[in-house]
Design a protein around this ligand. Structure first.
Ligand code: PAF
Length: 275
């Protein structure tokens, strides 16, 4: 595995691999890798000839300075974990990616405006800015993203559609801790007690499957979350799995999903469930 820090080198290598007829898989990450990321990298390795993994804490997708500052940065450990599952790790500096402050303003429509889009203004614009650059520089056949960030996948698909990026966006299942908590780099910021308590997010979502209407499901989840003193609910939405718009119809033909964001102490965690 080779570590690349310059955009010029990244583009050179990617062009060379493509010209040699290799199928390219890309796994964009912000580092602090866990089993969830490794599952994406392994899948990319299985389905492609060459795998690029990027590790870049993208400042323009953070709408909270403290969150950006506290985001774990563990490049050496990440590189060890990736081992020989990726051929190239792209780990640039902020100045390399953004020699000038990016000014692109996208309109990704409703998928970017609801839930995380409403709660974190500018977040998805920042995701679009970085993912577009990474995909244009590397031109992968396939790019892999975890379904914990289900809405992000919808936004990236829309970005690819609008920008005519032909990479196939591959959604990959959520990987969970043994206690059920969705794996996230942010879990490292939880105390041992918070880590165990946070497992209730998934437990409550699973239990909510017994409810037979959208209203009953919302009431159940909100009540159960409120019972746990360490939790502060940011939102729980039940939405059409395709448009991500709120739905009152649990039998919606596109599929129905629940999307939750909870603060556990100072740490903001997200999860989702298919009904
Ligand atoms: O999901 C993430 O880790 C980030 O949002 C991504 C896709 C790597 C863009 O910075």
């Amino acid at each position: 595995m080779e570590i690349i820090t310059s955009v010029e080198k990244l583009m050179d290598v990617a062009v060379r691999e493509r010209a040699a007829g290799k199928r390219i898989g890309m796994v964009p990450t912000m580092g602090a890798l866990h089993e969830g990321h490794l599952s994406l990298i392994r899948r990319a390795h299985e389905e492609n000839d060459v795998v690029f993994c990027s590790i870049f804490v993208n400042p323009v997708q953070f709408n909270n300075a403290e969150d950006l500052e506290k985001y774990p940065r563990t490049l050496e450990a990440d590189v060890q974990l990736i081992g020989d599952q990726a051929d190239y790790v792209f780990a640039p500096s902020v100045e390399e990616v953004f020699p000038v402050k990016p000014t692109e303003v996208y309109d990704f429509g409703t998928v970017a405006n609801v839930m995380e889009g409403a709660a974190r203004p500018g977040h998805f614009n920042g995701v679009g800015v970085i993912v577009r650059r990474l995909l244009e520089w590397t031109r992968p056949h396939k790019a892999y993203f975890g379904e914990k960030d289900y809405q992000q996948i919808a936004v990236i698909r829309e970005m690819c559609r609008q920008c005519r990026i032909l990479t196939e966006v591959v959604p990959c299942p959520i990987i969970r801790e043994p206690n059920g908590l969705a794996m996230s780099s942010r879990n490292r910021r939880l105390s041992a007690h918070e880590f165990e308590t946070a497992a209730n997010i998934h437990r409550i979502l699973e239990a909510s499957r017994q409810c037979t209407s959208v209203a009953a499901t919302k009431a159940f989840v909100e009540t159960e979350i409120a019972k746990i003193p360490e939790f502060q609910l940011d939102y729980f939405e039940i939405a059409d799995a395709e448009t991500l718009l709120s739905t009152d119809d649990i039998h919606n033909p596109h599929g129905v999903m629940g999307f939750i964001t909870v603060y556990v102490g100072p740490v903001r965690l997200i999860d989702n469930i298919t009904y």
